[in-house]
Design a protein around this ligand. Structure first.
Ligand SMILES: Nc1ncnc2c1ncn2[C@@H]1O[C@H](COP(=O)(O)OP(=O)(O)O)[C@@H](O)[C@H]1O
Ligand SMILES: [Mg+2]
Length: 236
């Protein structure tokens, strides 16, 4: 089984080498737990190894996404120009000036077919190896009963490709699950990010809940976010 090294410091060790190729992994966590930074770092590390990547932005304006990534030293513009990186704008719906700047826009955010078509085209255009959808929760916000079926439709598109994917899943503070009814059963892996107040201080940690195709650590691992992104700390 081939594994995709995430390149995130300390993560590949606890994944026993990385994420099995072609897995769809749910990256689940509450607000501010680091899901977006984690997933962008995953794409950036891929670019460093020559693996084309796609970031589907449903939560933030594409301009904001590029800016945020740049703050960590992850400047994607040159990779967009080289045809190695695509930022899919599933945020603006083409409103405003985005049409002048963005090549991949989901115009009707209510229409999943439109979304899937744009994604499929993007994957094909650059032969993507890594895909991030941030977040899938936004896709079923108004239709929670369709959550699992939407995940399955996404998986179907990805299955025929060589992509290894992260689906960002938003959960509320103190929620125990992974977001959305049944979503966790449709994916190959689950990584959960947590933020807990311990003695008056917020502590970050993550746990690999599931990862098809590999053994992995079952421990909770503390991590930190710095100007360089996510770094898993050695367990005490
Ligand atoms: N340069 C930085 N150094 C340290 N921590 C940062 C930095 N930038 C952002 N953060 C932390 O990351 C959090 C946001 O992470 P993000 O990935 O956007 O969360 P999520 O997508 O899970 O809501 C912020 O609340 C902040 O605590
Ligand atoms: Mg986010």
């Amino acid at each position: 089984m081939r594994k995709i090294e995430t390149g995130i410091e300390g993560l590949d060790e606890i994944l026993f080498g990385g994420i099995p190729e072609k897995n769809v992994v749910l990256l689940s966590g509450g607000p501010g737990t680091g899901k977006t930074i984690f997933s962008q770092q995953f794409l950036w590390q891929g670019l460093q190894k020559g693996e084309p990547g796609i970031y589907v932005a449903l939560e933030e304006h594409p301009i904001q996404v590029r800016q945020n990534m740049k703050q960590f030293g992850w400047e994607v513009k040159p990779f967009e120009e080289k045809g190695m990186f695509i930022l899919v704008d599933a945020f603006t719906a083409g409103v405003g000036r985005s049409k002048e700047f963005e090549k991949y826009i989901v115009l009707d955010l209510m229409d999943l077919r439109d979304f899937l078509d744009v994604l499929r085209q993007a994957i094909k255009d650059i032969n993507a190896k890594r895909v991030v959808i941030d977040s899938v929760t936004t896709l079923y916000l108004n239709k929670p009963t369709f959550a699992r079926s939407i995940i399955l439709q996404l998986k179907r598109i990805l299955a025929g490709t060589g992509c290894t994917s992260l689906f960002v899943s938003q959960i509320s503070i103190d929620e125990r699950g992974f977001g959305g009814p049944g979503v966790e059963h449709g994916v190959d892996g689950i990584i959960r990010l947590d933020l807990n107040e311990i003695e008056g201080e917020l502590k970050r940690s993550l746990i690999i809940w599931k990862m098809r195709g590999t053994n992995h650590s079952l421990r909770r691992h503390p991590f930190e976010i710095t100007n360089n992104g996510v770094k898993i700390l050695k367990s005490q």
